[in-house]
Design a protein around this ligand. Structure first.
Ligand SMILES: *Cc1c(COP(=O)(O)O)cnc(C)c1O
Length: 444
């Protein structure tokens, strides 16, 4: 889009001028409505999330057969919800944050199999595709024992088919590991941002990895083109996939159970604040949609993005959604937060979030390494740098923007009851030597 047309057509012009200068901003979504009103425009319902949850339950016996690490959870891929009071205190003393209520970490960093939030949507989409093929070819009924999917017969059946995906890293790992485990010929198209160790690990698991000097959009474009030209190939479309989205949304039902198990009520007087790092939007969008379905107006979801790659922010704040990229605003799209290195957001997710998302905060890259050291030192939990962007939201509650939000939502007298959850989106598979390198990375 040319510059003049762009600036003539944007909403929130003065905020976007700051974004274009690479400044850290807080955008509050003026289009936020009640959840029930928002749902009338959204093509998914709770029944779709229930359907995804039931599919994951059907596959649980298979999952625990080939990934023994999931046996303790009976084949469910789920992460701990951990209260982190030392980190809460540390954010207050070190950064002057003011956090009323309790601080918990949702440790998707520690999800089984692929160590990131992509183990939700990515793995779910591969399983759904495998089930669709098996049903279509009469190899299974939904009432069968799905350990069949681990048999040599199924492995050789799936080897006739390809799965392809474009990725900055973690999605490729989830799709690659699960596809290869089922027997598929899986091809992962990886952008220049993708880390070497992720490519190595994938190749070792039997995935084909194609590398690009270009960014994520290019990897996706070529992956899609190659896949579309091949009738045996299925493309996992991170930018437009309702299947991925619903896989992510199941997280909300699991979280609800974890909160109940800790006797934590969420309602108008006990608000839930969730802060999720955002790349193309599928993972945070799916989780947010699920949370809104379950907790309605009692949950307040904020996305966090890097100042050089705030693709959802420029799309939603301008009102132009995926018609604009961060490059249109003169930004580089480059960030140390490799999981968030996306220049153009999913238009589909932006549309679903239009009336559900509370706001988006952007941060400079140096904070993520500082938070990464903070959470290691205070709670002994390792997260990858991208995931640490989640602490930015909860650290900014005392800004005028966030205070304005709290007032407007009528929550000023309820914040002492609030539950805050930074969503830690990845980290467990990062090799020791890379962790060490990150621990010594200072950008400021
Ligand atoms: C993918 C990813 C995200 C964001 O998910 P999107 O679906 O791209 O928005 C956040 N953190 C990490 C570590 C990721 O890998």
């Amino acid at each position: 889009m040319d510059k003049e047309t762009l600036w003539q057509s944007v909403q929130n012009k003065s905020l976007l001028e700051d974004v274009a200068k690479g400044k850290e901003v807080i955008w509050l979504n003026d289009d936020l409505t009640t959840a029930s009103k928002a749902f009338s425009d959204i093509p998914f319902t709770m029944a779709d999330i229930d359907d995804a949850e039931a599919r994951l339950a059907r596959f649980a016996p298979f999952i625990q057969t080939i990934f023994p690490e999931t046996v303790p959870q009976n084949g469910l891929i789920e992460s701990p919800l951990t209260e982190i009071p030392s980190m809460q205190k540390h954010l207050e003393t070190k950064y002057g944050a003011e956090i009323s209520g309790r601080l918990f970490l949702k440790q998707d960093s520690h999800l089984a199999i692929s160590g990131s939030i992509k183990a939700r949507g990515g793995i779910y989409e591969v399983l759904k595709h495998a089930e669709d093929l098996a049903l279509e070819h009469g190899k299974i009924k939904q009432t069968d024992d799905y350990t069949k999917f681990a048999s040599p017969e199924f492995h050789s059946f799936f080897s006739q088919f390809k799965i392809q995906v474009g990725s900055t890293g973690n999605l490729g790992m989830s799709i690659g590991i699960m596809s290869a485990a089922l027997g598929f010929h899986v091809i992962v198209h990886m952008s220049a941002d993708a880390k070497q160790w992720k490519k190595d690990l994938l190749r070792q698991r039997g995935a084909e990895v194609i590398e690009y000097d270009d960014d994520y959009s290019k990897a996706v474009e070529v992956g899609r083109k190659n896949s579309d030209a091949d009738p045996t190939s299925y493309f996992v479309d991170d930018e437009n996939s309702p299947t991925l989205f619903l896989g992510y949304a199941v997280a909300a039902k699991r979280l609800q159970k974890q909160l109940q198990a800790q006797n934590i009520a969420i309602d108008a007087q006990h608000p839930l604040f969730v802060y999720i790092p955002c790349g193309v939007g599928g993972a945070p969008g799916g989780v947010a949609f699920g949370l809104k379905q379950l907790f309605g107006d009692a949950v307040h979801v904020f996305f966090i993005e890097p100042t050089q790659a705030p693709c959802m922010l420029v799309g939603m704040a301008s009102g132009l959604q995926n018609k604009v990229s961060v490059q249109d605003f003169g930004l580089t799209g480059q960030t140390h937060a490799d999981g968030l290195a996306v220049g153009r957001a999913s238009g589909f997710v932006g549309g679903v979030m239009k009336h559900l998302l509370s706001g988006i905060l952007s941060l400079e890259d140096y904070h993520i390494y500082d938070y990464m050291r903070d959470i290691v030192h205070t709670e002994n939990i390792f997260l990858e740098p991208s995931a640490c962007a989640s602490f930015w939201g909860v650290s900014k509650l005392n800004t005028s923007e966030m205070q304005h939000y709290i007032q407007k939502a009528g929550l000023q007298n309820h914040m002492q009851n609030a539950i805050h959850i930074p969503w830690a989106t990845g980290g467990n598979l990062v090799p020791a030597e890379i962790r060490e390198e990150y621990m010594h990375t200072y950008l400021k």
